[in-house]
Design a protein around this ligand. Structure first.
Ligand code: GDG
Length: 466
C-alpha cells in the first residue's frame, strides 16, 4: 500500500494523547494506523521567518513533519487571509470578511513555502491528502515543483453559492488552483453543487466533475462507550448534584461567530420569557473554549456573550438557581462525553457549519434507554443526516425557544423514535467510513490498476511455475 501524506494547517502534537486529542486526529486515526504515513503542516509555533525544513518526529507508522510560521506569515496567511477573509466568506458572511492585498500575498507565500518544504519528503508513489481552506493553493504549488503524485483535497467548512464566493477578491485564483487536485471532497451535496457552480463560472468546468460529497463522521462506538463510562465519575456526579433534579441543556462550540452563540443565548432567554413554566426547571450549560482569541472580531463576540449571559442570569436567576452556566475554557473530552449523556437537550445552532461533529457526538453519547433531544440548526451539514432532530432556524431566537419547549415536553416514545433514526445515521457514517470513501475515490483508479498489475504478476508467476 502506498504511503499516505496528510497535509493540514495544524499538525497534532503526537505527545498529547487521549483527553486532548480531537478534530482531524480522531477522524484520521484509522487511516493512520493502517499504513505508513506522513502528517505535514504548521507546528502551531512562530519564529522570525517561516522555516524551510520541517522538524520530524516519528511515532508508530506516522512521521509528523512540522514548520514554525514566520511572524508576518502568521499575521497575513493565518490571521489575515485564512481567518479574516476565507473563513467568513465560506460561511456565507461576505459582509464580515476583511481583505488586504498583503494577506493574499502572505497566503500564496505560505502555500508555496509548504509545498517547497514538503516536496523533498515525497516518494513517487505517495498519495497526498490536503485538508481545508488554509491550503487551497498547495496542490498547484506542488505541481509547479514537478510533483506527479495523486492529490486529494477536502474542505471541512461549507462552500457558499458562487455569487458569494466570487465576491472574494482572488476567488478566481483559488478556483484555478483546484485544477491541480484529482479528487475534491466537501461535506454535503449542497456544498458540492455550489463548488461546481463556482468552478464553472470561473472557467474551470473540467474540474467540476472531480467534486464530490463525503460527509465526515465520528468514532461513534468509541464516543458512545466513553460517554457511558464517564457518566459515573466525580466530574459528572458533581454536575448532576448541582442541577438538583433540573433538566440540563448543553451547548459545546469553539467560541466562534459562525456558531450562533448570541442567538442561542437569546433563544434560551426567550424560552424563559415566553414559557414561564420552564423557569427554574432547566439549566443551560454552554462550553465555549476561546479560539483565535487574538482576532478583534472574536474579542467582540466574547464581550457580547458576557453581557447577554449576565443580563439573562440577572433577570431570571433565583437564589438557588442560575439559568445559564457559561465556560470559556476547554473541558476534557471524556468529561464532555459524560456531560453530553447527562444533558436532556443538545443545543447545536450554528448559523452555518460544514458538518458539526458536536451534533453527532451528542447523539452517540445518549443513554439508549432514555435518550435526550437534539435541537439542531437547519444550516449545519449534519441536518441532512439527522432528520430526527428538532430543526431550527438559528437566526430566530423565538424558533429556538419554541424548539426548546417542544424538546422539554416531548413524550418518551417520540424521543426514543427520533433518537433511533439519528443513532442509525451516526453509525452509518463514521470517521472511518469517511476516510475510506474519500481515499477510495482518490486512489480508485490507482488502487485498481495496482491490483490488476499484482494479479498479472501472480498469473505470470503461475504460468512460469507450470
Ligand atoms: C470544522 C468545521 C466540521 C469543542 N469544545 C471542546 C471540544 N470540542 C470538540 C467537539 C468536536 C470538535 O471540538 C468541534 O468540531 P465541529 O465539527 O463541531 O466544529 P469545527 O471545530 O468548526 O470543525 C465543521 C469539522 O471541521 C470536521 O470536518 O464538522 O463543520 O467547521 O469534536 O467535541 N473538545 C474538548 N473540549 C472542549 O471544550 N475536549
Amino acid at each position: 500500500m502506498s504511503r499516505l501524506v496528510i497535509v493540514a494547517n495544524r499538525v497534532p502534537d503526537p505527545r498529547e494523547r487521549g483527553a486532548s486529542a480531537g478534530g482531524l486526529a480522531v477522524a484520521l486515526k484509522d487511516a493512520l494506523t493502517r499504513r505508513e504515513a506522513v502528517w505535514f503542516g504548521w507546528s502551531g509555533g512562530t519564529a522570525a521567518e517561516t522555516a524551510t525544513t520541517p522538524r520530524e518526529l516519528r511515532q508508530g507508522r506516522t512521521t509528523y513533519a512540522t514548520l514554525d510560521l514566520g511572524e508576518a506569515d502568521y499575521r497575513h496567511y493565518y490571521q489575515g487571509f485564512s481567518n479574516a477573509a476565507l473563513w467568513p466568506v465560506l460561511h456565507y458572511r461576505l459582509g464580515v470578511a476583511r481583505f488586504a492585498r498583503e494577506d493574499w500575498i502572505g497566503y500564496r507565500r505560505v502555500n508555496a513555502a509548504f509545498a517547497a518544504a514538503l516536496a523533498p519528503l515525497l516518494r513517487p508513489d505517495d498519495v497526498i491528502w490536503v485538508h481545508d481552506f488554509h491550503l487551497f493553493l498547495l496542490a498547484a504549488e506542488l505541481r509547479a515543483l514537478g510533483c506527479r503524485q495523486r492529490i486529494g483535497f477536502f474542505l471541512h467548512v461549507p462552500f457558499p453559492p458562487r455569487q458569494v464566493f466570487l465576491g472574494l477578491p482572488n476567488a478566481q485564483a483559488i478556483l484555478a488552483g483546484l485544477a491541480a487536485v484529482d479528487t475534491i471532497g466537501v461535506q454535503t451535496e449542497d456544498d458540492a453543487e455550489n463548488l461546481r457552480g463556482a468552478l464553472i463560472a470561473a472557467g474551470e468546468a473540467a474540474v467540476a466533475p472531480r467534486v464530490g460529497a463525503f460527509p465526515i463522521g465520528i468514532d461513534t462506538a468509541g464516543f458512545a462507550a466513553l460517554a457511558a463510562r464517564r457518566y459515573r465519575t466525580k466530574e459528572v456526579d458533581q454536575l448532576r448534584a448541582s442541577l438538583a433534579g433540573r433538566a440540563l441543556a448543553i451547548g459545546v462550540d469553539r467560541l466562534d461567530y459562525t456558531k450562533g452563540l448570541p442567538q442561542r443565548i437569546a433563544g434560551f432567554g426567550k424560552l424563559l420569557e415566553r414559557f414561564p413554566r420552564h423557569r427554574a426547571k432547566i439549566t443551560f450549560l454552554q462550553v465555549a473554549p476561546v479560539s483565535r482569541g487574538d482576532v478583534a472580531q472574536y474579542r467582540a463576540l466574547r464581550r457580547e456573550l458576557d453581557e447577554s449571559v449576565g443580563r439573562i442570569n440577572g433577570q431570571y436567576a433565583e437564589p438557588d438557581w442560575g439559568p445559564i452556566r457559561y465556560i470559556t475554557r476547554a473541558v476534557a473530552r471524556p468529561t464532555l462525553a459524560g456531560y453530553m449523556r447527562l444533558a436532556k437537550i443538545g443545543l447545536v445552532t450554528p448559523l452555518r457549519d460544514g458538518m458539526n461533529l458536536v451534533a453527532k457526538e451528542y447523539v452517540a453519547a445518549q443513554d439508549p434507554e432514555a435518550p435526550g433531544v437534539l435541537v439542531l440548526s437547519r444550516f449545519a451539514g449534519a441536518a441532512g443526516e439527522l432528520q430526527g432532530a428538532v430543526l431550527v432556524n438559528p437566526l430566530d431566537p423565538d424558533d429556538i425557544a419554541e424548539a426548546l419547549d417542544v424538546a422539554l415536553t416531548m413524550p418518551a416514545e417520540e424521543r426514543l423514535a427520533r433518537w433511533t433514526t439519528m443513532e442509525a445515521a451516526v453509525r452509518a457514517t463514521t470517521a472511518t467510513s469517511w476516510c475510506k470513501q474519500f481515499l477510495a475515490a482518490l486512489e480508485g483508479e490507482e488502487a485498481a490498476a495496482e491490483a490488476g498489475r499484482a494479479g498479472g504478476r501472480r498469473a505470470a508467476g503461475r504460468r512460469k511455475a507450470a
